[in-house]
Design a protein around this ligand. Sequence first.
Ligand code: SIN
Length: 284
Amino acid sequence: MLELIPITDSIGTEVRGIDVTADISDSDFERIYQAWLDSTILLLRGQNMTPAQHVEFTRRFGEIYTYTRSNFSHKELPEILILSNQKEKGKPVGSAYSGRVWHSDGHFLTEPPVGSMLYAREVPPVGGDTWYGNMYAAYDALPEGVKERIADLKVIISRVQSRPYNYPDRPAPTPEERAEWVDVSHPVVHVHEETGRKALMVGGNVPWRIEGMSEEEGLPLITFLQEFAVQPQFTYCHKWQPGDIVLWDNRCAMHRATYYDHFTHSRVMHRTTIAGRRSAAAAV
Ligand code: SIN
């Protein structure tokens, strides 16, 4: 029987009593979907999905966003991105250095994806955790004066600027990448398309600029917001077990991965990314 159990007071729901490879009734799925919208992340433990079942389960939540130019896509199913330190014939099978600063996926896109589903296949005994933060809760807790100050502000997200923070192991962007990766701006206060709730979406750790503000004026504000957003009362650290699935709502949650001993231990995670809301056909 389906059970929905809060993970902490502020973030997450653990979904129990469901095998994601079996038929999930429309009414159960609707409750799961609503819990996702309400609590920003879902956790399902002890699952055993093939890559094809992973893709199929993700489709229940919406259309899949495929990273068509990634070197780290699953060979048969490009909808799956592999995050791993493993090598095959000396070549990395996945992205080894995944998201270690607070971020929401694809923030550098004009239309960032709505969510991501991460499935643990192999995990190290220590580290390699993923932190999640509820950005509705962070926004709600801001002092009223700050809410007024940031109400109409936009943060400028530069993929070029973020590269050394997100991927210190990769070379600096090439001239071609610099030309292609144009900056985008997003509201600092994101109004969620489905719930209508406000979320603080400043992205973490990179000293982003605020549209229309000098660096001198913008930096203290962005730093305050970034630090405010990830206080312990809004966050949860997930310690992975093989078979865990976490689905996060990229419109109101941030996340970051932690270090582990990648010389000694293996971490293999499969991630799908949800591009948009459920299509009419998939909607329940
Ligand atoms: C991600 O940033 O999408 C993945 C986080 C992780 O590897 O734990």
